[in-house]
Every structure is written in structure tokens, then in C-alpha cells.
Ligand binder design. Structure first.
Ligand SMILES: [Ca+2]
Length: 511
């Protein structure tokens, strides 16, 4: 502000000039201000994160899809669809860590958080939720957390689990369920949390913020089989009357209700990691038969409907225009996807090779749509390279937040590209699921530093039907521009590129 001298402002002729000068200064401030600040208020941010949804399960990505996804297709036509977008890992927990920290998971760990494991997020690094809350956003997480809690804080003295393989099997009486459970979403920047942590892990109970309001009293019981696949449920404590079918509808209701509580005078951040279409595959009666790809297809259709309900709530409350909506998935489709190709002619992996866990594209190239009216071009398809690791710096730029030193070290700001003003900032990406296998992407090329990019088991009939050869080389090299299905291994024919990419991968991994 410029203070005008009172003595001059009081003289009548000078007063007119001062008023004119004041008006000009206001115009200058308005112009300068609008250039520096993209909006009166930073945008709301909504991340919708599907669980195990494949590249080819998004209708807009797959002309031969047998699953209707009208709401996601609508989102894609109102925003930009990314066809070379990647989760950090081929499994759940590491991808979530990478998304919320803007950091490769493999710098710290590889596997998933098991049931009753301790928290995996870093207290010394700012999460995306902490960043946005610092910018003034109200923050909430609904759904699948799967980043651990400090269970030790509520474990009763002397209670010890029975160990069976990966599972620590506790009884309901081993915990004091009346107490707060530290280390969860509220410890990492979220004002609110509602969800079931992991739908196929104990405790089978609702979490409200940092408490479990209705205590588990039973051990897991399931009756019958799901309509497709297995329950995939780990043993452990369960609430009386727990209803697996109610999980996605309840999460959707709660997320919509939270949006309805928001007001235009404060921006918000909704992080909504779905529990679907991950197993147990349990579409509700309203969605049974909705697709031509079996119960899994119906569960994807239900997932799409949840997206529709969130988009409708944003529209109804007047938030749609100033909300950055990002839809993506935490990894590729589960192993049932092979049988789905035979039974229904639906390819959850689309044209890609491999599934969840794999270093091949099907493990980590996932659907991604970004909508932000007036900023991100509508109806555009972007084929540049992007990682979910980049969402942190990109969102920070969109809301005008500075990234604290020491946080989000791997995240590239892709805002100019998202807005259609520049190419992708990313030329290179490291892929990893397990500790013993890495791949390096450079422009169109991928080097898989393992004899096979496959980790998920492949049925012999599928290998025969697709004409996939047995691996015979110490590594794999593909040109994804001409060979997106990774069929023609160039490892032997391009040794110079293999050596250069191997050196670069070793340097990036510090080995
Ligand atoms: Ca997953």
C-alpha cells in the first residue's frame, strides 16, 4: 500500500489528481495481482484413487472395453486424459506413499504395510495434505488408508500375536479399542478421516478420525464365496455384523456429505482412495449385471458411479469450476484379469503387457484424468510421461504453495503441461515393485533390469494364446512408441542403449 500525504490530499485541485492516481494504482494492482495469483482463492483439490483398476478398465482408454464408465468418460471429455501415466509401484502401499510424499517409495521400502504394521509415512517430510492445509485448505481422507497406524499404542500389555506367514493374528481382546490410534491420517495433515483402513485386512471396522467407534468383538467370519475371485481377507478382529458390501456405498455417502459441508470461503482437499475394484469383488445388487465383464466389471461400473456421485456433489455445491479433480489408480489389475480376457473378451490391462506387481507396463501404467475448468484443456489426450510422484509439485504449483526443503524430492511440476502450455517435464522414470527388480524408462525406451518384467503368475494358456516367448536374456529392452505391448525384446540388438541405460539406472539407485 502507498500512503498518500494527508496535507496534499486535502487541497481541492490536488485532491482530484490524487483520486485519479489512486484509481490508476488500483488498476495496476489488479493487473499485477491477477498475473501473480491464478484465482481469487486457490483451487480445491480432489484426488479419486481407484484400487487395482487397470489401464483398459477405463472406457475412454479401451475401445473394446466391456465395462461402462460413463462418469469417468464424462470427466475425460471435460478434462485431459493421460495415456502414459504411472503409479510409483505395482502394489498399494508404496504407490500411496509416493503420491502423498512426492517421493519414490523405493528410496525407503518396497512391500505393502501388513495388517497391524506401524506407520510408513515420514514424520520429517511434508505430506501433500500438510502442504495443502498450510495453504489454508480443509483436508479429509475417506477410504483405504493402508499406510499403517501406531497399533502399539493401543495394544494391551502382554498381548502377543500368533504369527502365520505374513500375518500377525491378534484377537479382538488384544487391543484397547476405546483409545485413540496415533500415526494415521490425522498425524499426516488430514483434519478428518473415515474409512476401513484396508478392506481385506483386520480390524474389520469403521475408523472415524483416529478412533474405532464400534469395537471389534469377533474374529473374521466370511460366509460363501464372492461372485468373483477370493475374499483375500486376512484373519483378525471384526465388528459384529460387519458388511463387506456396504464399504464402497458408505465411503461414497460420507465423502459426498463432507463435500456438502464445505463452504465457498475456504478451499478444501479431498483425498478419496477407493477400496474398489480391489478384492473382495462385491458389487451391490444395483450394479450386478451392469457390465459385460462379470462381477469385476460390475464392481468397476460401481466405482465409476462413485466418481459420478462425487462429481455431482461438486457441481451441486457450486465447486466444480474451481476444483482440480484427479482420477487415477494405485497399480494395475489383479491376476483375475487373465481369465477375464478369455471369459469376457475384456482386457483390464488394455494393450499393455502384465498385471499388478509387474515391471511390464500393465503393472504400473494406469488410467489418469485431470479436470480443472479454464486451466486444463477439455477433451485433450496427452501422451507424455507422468508419474503420480509428480502430482505433489504440480498441485503445489496450482495452489501457489511453496514446497518445504527436504520434501517431495522426486516430484516434477507438470502444471504447464497439464495446462497445455509446455511438453511434459519428465523424460525419465524408475519403476519398481520388489527389492530385486527395477526398470528405467527414458523417453520411449524402457530397460527392465531383470530376466523378466513379470512378477504376477501368468497362466500357461494365456502365454500360448498370446504367443509370448519364454525369457532368454538377462534383461529386457523395448521401444514403447512402436511396441507398447512389449513383445519385441531389443536387449541383444541394441547393446549400446542397454549399457547406457544400465549405467544411468545404477547411478539413480546409487549402486
Ligand atoms: Ca492396489
Amino acid at each position: 500500500m502507498i500512503d498518500l500525504p494527508v496535507a496534499i490530499a486535502s487541497a481541492p485541485r490536488v485532491d482530484a489528481w490524487v483520486r485519479l492516481l489512486g484509481a490508476m494504482l488500483m488498476v495496476v494492482r489488479a493487473v499485477v495481482g491477477s498475473a501473480a495469483e491464478p484465482a481469487v482463492q486457490p483451487p480445491n483439490v480432489v484426488i479419486l484413487y481407484a484400487d487395482d483398476m487397470g489401464y483398459g478398465d477405463l472406457g475412454a482408454n479401451n475401445p473394446d472395453s466391456k465395462i461402462p464408465t460413463p462418469h469417468l468418460d464424462r470427466l475425460a471429455s471435460a478434462g485431459t486424459r493421460f495415456t502414459d501415466a504411472h503409479s510409483s509401484s505395482g502394489v498399494c502401499t508404496p504407490s500411496r506413499y509416493a503420491l502423498l510424499h512426492g517421493r519414490y517409495h523405493w528410496r525407503k521400502f518396497h512391500g505393502i504395510v501388513q495388517s497391524f504394521d506401524q506407520p510408513i509415512l515420514d514424520a520429517e517430510r511434508t505430506t501433500l495434505a500438510e502442504l495443502l492445509r498450510g495453504r489454508g485448505h480443509a483436508t479429509a481422507a475417506f477410504g483405504k488408508w493402508h499406510l499403517g497406524w501406531d497399533w502399539e499404542a493401543i495394544r494391551r500389555t502382554g498381548a502377543k500375536p500368533r504369527i502365520e506367514g505374513k500375518n500377525k493374528i491378534y484377537a479382538a481382546a488384544d487391543f484397547d479399542w476405546r483409545r485413540k490410534i496415533p500415526g494415521g491420517p490425522l498425524a499426516h495433515g488430514f483434519d478428518r478421516y473415515f474409512g476401513d483402513d484396508v478392506p481385506n485386512f483386520p480390524p474389520y471396522a469403521w475408523f472415524e478420525d483416529d478412533r474405532i467407534p464400534v469395537a471389534p468383538t469377533l474374529q473374521l467370519m466370511t460366509t460363501g464365496e464372492p461372485p468373483e475371485g477370493n475374499w483375500e481377507c486376512r484373519p483378525g478382529p471384526m465388528v459384529h455384523g460387519w458388511d463387506f458390501h456396504a464399504v464402497m456405498p458408505t465411503l461414497t455417502d460420507r465423502a459426498v456429505a463432507w463435500i456438502e459441508q464445505q463452504t465457498p470461503d475456504r478451499p478444501f482437499f479431498l483425498y478419496f482412495p477407493f477400496t474398489s475394484p480391489h478384492a473382495p469383488i462385491l458389487p451391490t445388487a444395483a450394479f450386478t449385471g451392469r457390465s459385460a465383464a462379470g462381477p469385476y466389471g460390475d464392481f468397476v461400473a460401481q466405482t465409476d458411479d462413485t466418481v459420478g456421485r462425487v462429481l455431482d456433489a461438486l457441481e451441486r455445491q457450486g465447486f466444480a469450476e474451481n476444483t482440480l479433480v484427479i482420477f487415477t489408480s494405485d497399480n494395475g489389475p489383479e491376476r483375475y484379469a487373465y481369465e477375464r480376457t478369455r471369459a469376457f473378451g475384456h482386457r483390464s490391462m488394455g494393450p499393455l503387457r502384465g498385471l499388478k506387481r509387474d515391471l511390464w507396463e500393465g503393472g504400473h501404467r494406469v488410467p489418469m484424468i485431470v479436470r480443472w475448468p479454464g486451466h486444463v484443456p477439455a477433451g485433450r489426450v496427452a501422451d507424455g510421461l507422468v508419474s503420480q510422484v509428480d502430482l505433489y509439485a504440480t498441485i503445489a504449483a496450482a495452489v501457489g504453495a511453496a514446497i518445504p526443503a527436504g520434501s517431495a524430492e522426486d516430484s516434477l511440476n507438470q502444471l504447464a503441461w497439464f495446462e497445455g502450455k509446455a511438453p511434459s517435464a519428465r523424460r525419465e522414470l524408475v519403476h519398481n515393485t520388489h527389492a530385486d527388480g527395477y526398470a528405467l524408462r527414458q523417453d520411449d525406451w524402457i530397460l527392465i533390469d531383470a530376466p523378466s518384467g513379470g512378477i504376477s503368475e501368468i497362466p500357461p494358456w494365456y502365454l500360448a494364446a498370446e504367443g509370448i516367448p519364454t525369457p532368454t536374456h538377462p534383461g529386457e529392452l523395448y521401444d514403447l512408441r512402436t511396441d507398447p505391448g512389449e513383445r519385441h525384446n531389443r536387449f541383444d540388438s541394441d547393446p549400446d542403449r542397454v549399457a547406457a541405460m544400465q549405467r544411468r539406472l545404477d547411478a539413480l539407485l546409487g549402486r
